[in-house]
Unconditional design. Structure first.
Length: 369
């Protein structure tokens, strides 16, 4: 009798566990739309010292519809398949051929993802007047490249459009045999006749949803950015803290690296040499609402009447960030305090200004401004 009760108790307990696990899966929240995928408010070119890690971005408000996809190049080695976009030379998809998906063992594990399940990419660019950033449309040196027998590396070359003053830039991405390391470098030919001081930035953009987890009990591991410096050691930062502006990490250092942690896998920008660098992260929301487009603006743009403000963002940020770097200033990390102004939603902070405007209009009726 006691053995029978014990067996019944075990069966009942196991049933409860299975019900709990099924409830967890059924009620798992679905991933929201992300700004990075839509391309309207993707990560800002973040100024850093040359060779330094750049920004980590997490999704902000839903962006406008995505533009036509840029051409891509497929790179194959003995351990990975990488998809590189002509827009910015971003690595937008990365399959690890020696590892399989926990959800489907017949498929390779996908780390970087361009929207199938996540929005996760590695981006780089240069800051300086007219220099290419992660929004620039490069010319691909090839649409497919594979590591050949007897070769230890394969390199993809991307050429940026020459600047108005004759500066030519090529971006080189090299993948090595038996390695998951990708080496990124730039070739700059200065035909302007004037000295230039380009700054490189390196960044990850990722949505805030957790990575795929092995089945069982609804337990989730940490997904998010991490930093390492000799002074502060290893620091993890949650997406929630980034969104609230409460992220704590080393802002500047002469060493260290930036990473994105995802279950068993880590992606990192690791500079080869010790040099001053600035670490930066924020929730992607653009520059307040300056570069957001509403339905009216999109319609007017389609009719050729207005300019799409989203297309101006990269050039504006490039110019402003270059000026701030030249002045020795840092980019503020705080996002816009409030939103909704373009929809006519204003806080009480505009009350005094409204009072002044009403006073002038009433004091000088019929005045033309």
């Amino acid at each position: 009798m006691d053995n029978r009760r014990l067996i019944l108790l075990l069966v009942f307990s196991f049933s409860l566990v299975m019900l709990w696990d099924g409830w967890q899966k059924h009620n798992q929240p679905k991933a929201p739309a992300t700004a990075a995928a839509a391309g309207g408010t993707a990560g800002v070119p973040t100024p850093t010292a040359a060779g330094a890690p750049g920004a980590v971005a997490v999704p902000g408000q839903p962006a406008a519809p995505a533009p036509v996809a840029a051409p891509k190049a497929i790179i194959r080695t003995d351990v990975l398949v990488a998809e590189v976009s002509a827009q910015g030379g971003d690595i937008v998809r990365l399959e690890l051929t020696k590892h399989h998906s926990s959800e489907d063992s017949t498929r390779n594990y996908v780390l970087f993802d361009n929207g199938e399940k996540h929005n996760y990419a590695a981006q780089t660019g240069l800051i300086g007047n007219g220099l290419p950033n992660h929004k620039t449309l490069f010319t691909l040196g090839a649409t497919e490249a594979a590591l050949k027998d007897g070769e230890n590396a394969v390199t993809l070359r991307l050429d940026a459009p020459p600047t108005a003053d004759g500066i030519k830039v090529a971006k080189l991405i090299t993948f090595n045999r038996g390695s998951y390391q990708a080496e990124v470098s730039y070739e700059i030919t200065n035909g302007s006749g004037a000295p230039i001081a380009p700054h490189a930035y390196f960044q990850f953009t990722r949505d805030g949803q957790p990575a795929e987890q092995p089945g069982g009990f609804g337990v989730q591991t940490f997904t998010g950015p991490a930093f390492y410096t000799e002074a502060e050691k290893y620091q993890k930062v949650s997406f929630e803290d980034i969104a609230k502006g409460k992220a704590k990490f080393a802002k500047t250092a002469n060493d260290g690296w930036l990473a994105m942690v995802q279950h068993y896998f880590v992606s990192a920008w690791v500079p080869k040499e010790s040099s001053p660098r600035e670490f930066y992260m924020r929730k992607v929301e653009g520059a307040g609402e300056l570069f957001q487009a509403d339905e009216l603006e999109i319609e007017l743009t389609a009719q050729g009447i207005a300019v799409d403000p989203r297309e101006l963002q990269a050039e504006w940020q490039n110019a402003v960030h270059t000026a701030l770097i030249d002045a020795g200033l840092q980019i503020p990390q705080e996002a816009a305090f409030r939103s909704g102004g373009k929809q006519g939603l204003h806080s009480e902070h505009l009350g005094p200004m409204l009072a002044e405007m009403q006073y002038l209009q009433r004091s000088y009726p019929g005045q033309q401004w």
